[in-house]
Design a protein around this ligand. Structure first.
Ligand code: NAD
Length: 444
């Protein structure tokens, strides 16, 4: 099928690559000229496992192309995806500027029926706004009779496993009331719906709300466990034992109940805020979600508090090795990453950071530029040299097995602050470390 994707970010680019690999002819359109130029030269602007070879292969066989020319994009695709950003506005609500700009662009150029598919995460009622935007522009062009449908097809991929998630989705949500739209979407997704039925067709509003409900539920699980960890801290219980204890109940399950230093990324923080804002606009107060957000904001300071307390309130001139900058493993994304709150808090107190991340170093450089109190190190070992303590902020696989002898030799003092509960407190203490983690008894 001929498909156009507006927006070549984490969602748009991955979706385009996966659809192209399945044999569709996909045109990607973005307003970021630099990004499109780099993509055309074969440079993939984000890190996602498996994405680069997939893009290169489809570009080579002619199934995938990149352009800033919206007119060409609209003409090309019978199915047109909107996969642009929906950042939080000042009041926390989703900013629909980019989504509605694409809707207007589509209506400015379309000359035949189009299926407009919204993949961006948007509040309930956005499809109606997209529809109204398209209708207004078509009427202005004297094409008020031109047919189109607006379909909600929210995306559930996880950064870090985006390609795999798109190729083997848990579910494919299609929000539409039109049979023709449902058929087109079923045809498009048939290659991903083979071994069992994953397609769920529903009304547009339910599809829009499903995406928020999913992310808010996951954020709630994290904040709940962090709250339990803080209680465990005070009473001297071990949150890891509690996790296993509750996860063994299938009604709770083991997934997504790890305590840590808070969730980050471009989705959970903004989607929780946006649903709170939507509820407020409806005269409701989303009390659970407000608590989820507030716990997360506090949790991002958890390890900084422990670090500052360990040094009796004075970290001026101290040097910290920081392992992990990305908000989670297997991505270079640092949007709302707990590592940022941690670094900024320590910088405020006069400390210096020597950081290493397998993928997010360029992103860190882009965000913070050159500063005297930040050194980006080429390896995790280099970050340790002469540092007063090691801090772990992201659970990358390569941080999991610790060479304690080497670490002890490189650090100026054997202290580890582990924001992701990666290590066994007893084993680390046996090796002579002061070890701090989240919701587990401190062994010093
Ligand atoms: P992103 O910021 O990585 O990419 C958005 C892209 O859209 C940018 O390249 C930008 O230049 C482009 N763009 C903006 N306006 C445009 C326009 N008028 N025409 C063409 N391109 C335009 O965003 P993302 O992370 O891919 O997220 C996109 C949407 O998908 C958001 O609503 C997000 O909430 C949702 N989502 C994201 C994830 C994720 O893990 N990142 C997962 C599921 C859903």
């Amino acid at each position: 099928m001929n498909v156009t994707v507006f927006g070549t970010g984490y969602v748009g680019l991955v979706q385009a690559a996966v659809l192209a690999e399945a044999g569709n002819n996909v045109a990607c359109i973005d307003i970021d000229e630099g990004k499109i130029a780099r993509l055309r030269q074969g440079h993939i602007p984000i890190y996602e496992p498996g994405l680069e070879p997939m893009v290169k292969e489809s570009v080579a066989n002619g199934n995938l192309s990149f352009s800033t020319d919206a007119a060409i994009g609209v003409e090309h695709g019978e199915l047109i995806f909107i996969a642009v950003g929906t950042p939080p506005d000042e009041d926390g609500s989703a900013d629909l500027r980019h989504v509605l700009a694409v809707a207007d662009t589509i209506a400015t150029h379309m000359a035949e029926k189009k299926y407009i598919i919204n993949k961006s995460t948007v509040p309930v009622g956005t499809a109606d706004k997209v529809r109204a935007t398209v209708e207004a522009r078509l009427a202005q062009r004297g094409l008020g009779e031109l047919a189109f449908d607006v379909i909600s097809n929210p995306e559930f991929l996880k950064e870090g496993s985006a390609v795999a998630d798109c190729m083997r989705p848990d579910r494919i949500i299609i929000g539409t009331a039109e049979k023709a739209s449902e058929q087109k979407m079923r045809q498009l997704y048939a290659p991903f719906n083979r071994n069992h039925e994953k397609i769920l067709v529903m009304d547009v509003k339910s599809a829009e709300l499903t995406k928020y409900a999913a992310n808010c539920m996951l954020a709630t699980k994290i904040s709940f466990m962090n709250e339990m960890a803080n209680i465990a801290d005070r009473v001297g219980a071990d949150i890891e034992a509690v996790r296993r204890g509750i996860g063994s109940d299938p009604r709770v399950g083991y997934q997504f109940i790890y305590a840590g230093i808070g969730y980050g990324g471009s989705c959970f923080p903004k989607d929780v805020k946006a649903l709170i804002s939507s509820a407020e606009q409806l005269g409701l107060s989303a009390e659970i979600l407000a608590a989820v957000e507030s716990r997360n904001e506090q949790q991002k300071h958890y390890m900084a508090e422990k670090i500052i307390a360990h040094f009796d309130g004075d970290v001026q001139g101290k040097v910290f090795a920081l392992w992990g900058l990305a908000f989670k493993p297997n991505t270079d994304d640092m949007r709302e990453a707990p590592s940022r709150v941690l670094m900024e808090r320590l910088w405020e107190k006069g400390a210096r950071i020597r950081a290493f991340d397998p993928e997010a170093m360029e992103e860190c450089q882009r965000i913070y530029g050159d500063r005297d109190d930040l050194e980006l190190c080429g390896t995790k070992e280099a970050a340790l040299k002469g540092a007063d303590a090691l801090i772990v902020a992201t659970e990358w696989q390569q941080f999991k097995a610790l060479n304690t002898k080497e670490i002890k030799g490189l650090l100026s003092a054997p202290v580890i602050f582990d924001g992701r509960n990666q290590y066994d407190p007893g084993e680390i203490a046996e090796k002579g470390f002061h070890y701090y983690c989240v919701g587990r008894p401190n062994i010093q």
